[in-house]
Design a protein around this ligand. Structure first.
Ligand code: PGA
Length: 268
């Protein structure tokens, strides 16, 4: 039987919103038609989680963009999974490339965060990253395997984890990954799960893609065999997000008809 993995879109606002921007984005998301077959989550800065939760439609979930690996203590500036859950976050993004590259988070720290977030009852979007140098030196498989080897033992319940593949070289660089490049890596990750965790987990775990996904590229990518959704950064601040949520069942929204621009792919 074909696996039924619900399409999943996470629009990550990163550190690009304030209270009034959240109000206008939430108004947009309340007024347009969103495909209810898609599980749709918005990634919000911790200090605005309650604000976003109170404004977004109830079928749109909220995610924190990070959290710490323990419940409480003398860790100035950090927040725990229990705290973000109390502010309305059902999901937590962990291991985002910006946490890894800018804030120096290691595979080991990310794994500890994943274990604690799951034990606190949160759902986790766990990111694994491919850098330009991994691709150029044909070390993609090894780089992903290293990250998966750290992550997998930390996961106590795969049904509460979405795996996000981040092509860092295709995020905000003006270079897009081709659909075949994306499919190749998603397949690699699913095979890794099959061989190292088990067939059931490989078939049921949702694997989503991140890397400058836009209204122009989402429909073609959404038809890939191993793709179960998107993690979206810059397009999460634009009406593009509506097209991305609706990528599997596109229809013009009442407010915006997004005319896809021609995607610019790099040669495979
Ligand atoms: P992008 O961001 O969609 O702007 O490439 C994705 C991400 O950083 O997760």
């Amino acid at each position: 039987m074909a696996p039924s993995r619900r399409f999943f879109v996470l629009g990550n606002w990163k550190m690009n919103v304030n209270a009034s921007r959240i109000e206008s984005l939430s108004r947009l998301l309340s007024e347009v038609k969103l495909d209810r077959k898609t599980e749709f989550v918005v990634g919000c800065p911790s200090c605005y989680l309650s604000h976003a939760r109170s404004l977004l439609p109830s079928h749109v979930a909220v995610a924190a963009q990070n959290c710490y690996k323990v419940a409480r203590g003398n860790f100035s500036g950090e927040v725990s999974p229990a705290m973000v859950q109390e502010c309305g976050a059902e999901w937590i993004i962990l291991g985002h490339p910006e946490r890894r590259t800018i804030f120096g988070e290691t595979d080991d720290l990310i794994a500890q965060k994943v274990t604690h977030a799951l034990s606190a009852g949160a759902k986790v979007v766990a990111c694994v990253v491919e850098r330009a140098e991994d691709r150029e030196s044909q070390l993609t498989e090894a780089a992903l395997a290293r990250q998966m080897q750290a992550l997998a033992p930390a996961v106590t319940d795969w049904s509460r984890v979405v795996l996000a593949f981040e092509a860092l070289w295709a995020s905000g660089t003006g270079v897009l990954a081709t659909p075949s490049q994306v499919q190749e890596v998603l397949y690699m990750l699913r095979e890794w799960l099959r061989l190292n965790v088990g067939s059931h987990v490989a078939e049921t775990t949702r694997i989503i893609y991140a890397g400058s996904v836009s209204a122009a590229t989402c429909q073609e990518l959404a038809s890939l065999d191993d793709l179960d959704g998107f993690l979206v950064g810059s397009a999460a601040l634009k009406p593009d997000l509506v097209s991305i949520v609706n990528a599997r069942h596109p229809r013009p929204s009442k407010l915006f008809v997004v005319i896809p621009a021609r995607p610019v792919y790099r040669k495979a």
